[in-house]
Design a protein around this ligand. Structure first.
Ligand code: F6R
Length: 245
């Protein structure tokens, strides 16, 4: 696991964007796995700036997203499809038909999960998966205790995750109770994983990951078993690791 230490959120976002851009230039037909949440927003802003300034093209890439809330329509401002369209896709030359987010309103969510894993296989797998990490070490919506071999599945969201995400909703009650998420098994099949971590509140989970012990209680620790992981973490996120050195 390569760990790139940066000063702050802004530098993390710049570095992450540079990595993504150079990969896209090198392989214009790559499959990118995108994440939502606060962490990658700055990265997406840099991708848009670069696209406008330097013309990096996304017209031939395909994308898959990690997860989607159950029950939210694509045009609901809190859905992850809406987030992706507005924070990134609408500002790039990406082919919308080649962008994929799990359908959280599918009648049969279990079937949707199987379709999604099949789709990822058909695309030839994910070349670069961008990940954020929850305070409790979750990746995607895989909460502590999730099996490391899980395929895409329906999850009940942990109360702590619903509370953390309530800032985007009018009230906690509005935060969906369930979501569809790529499983840890699905994420681990990605060829390269780019984990972005910023802020004090992630320091404990990051320190656990760096200790090297792999435990389902901190889902991100499975990344220690992946052959190609790049972590970009800022000083605050590394605060517990740095003081232990
Ligand atoms: C988002 C996702 C989540 C977030 C995590 C961190 O698609 O799957 O695992 O990456 O909850 O969220 P933020 O970045 O808002 O701290």
């Amino acid at each position: 696991m390569e760990i790139i230490e940066v000063q702050d959120y802004e530098e993390m976002s710049q570095k992450a964007a540079q990595i993504i851009i150079s990969k896209v230039i090198h392989n214009p037909e790559m499959v990118i796995g995108f994440a939502t949440g606060g962490t990658p927003k700055g990265t997406y802003r840099h991708l848009i700036e670069d696209h406008q300034k330097n013309g990096t093209s996304y017209s031939r890439i395909s994308s898959v997203n990690l997860d989607e809330y159950a029950g939210l329509e694509a045009n609901s401002p809190n859905s992850y499809r809406y987030y992706m369209n507005h924070s990134l896709f609408n500002h790039l030359d990406i082919n919308m038909d080649q962008t994929h987010v799990p359908n959280g309103t599918a009648k049969q969510l279990e079937e949707e999960c199987r379709r999604y894993d099949g789709l990822i296989d058909e695309l030839g797998g994910v070349d670069l998966q961008i990940l954020g990490m929850g305070v409790n070490g979750h990746i995607g919506f895989n909460e502590p205790g999730t099996s490391f071999t899980s395929p895409t599945h329906v999850v009940e969201l942990a109360e702590s995750t619903r509370k953390a995400n309530a800032r985007y909703f009018e009230s906690l009650e509005d935060v969906p109770t369930h979501a569809v998420t790529m499983g840890i098994g699905t994420i681990m099949k990605s060829k390269h994983i780019l984990l972005l971590v910023s802020g004090n509140e992630k320091a404990e989970a990051l320190a656990n990951l760096q200790k090297g012990a792999v435990t389902e209680e901190v889902p991100a620790t499975i990344l220690n078993h992946h052959p190609q992981v790049t972590v970009i973490a800022d000083k605050q996120a590394l605060s517990q690791t740095l003081t232990r050195r």
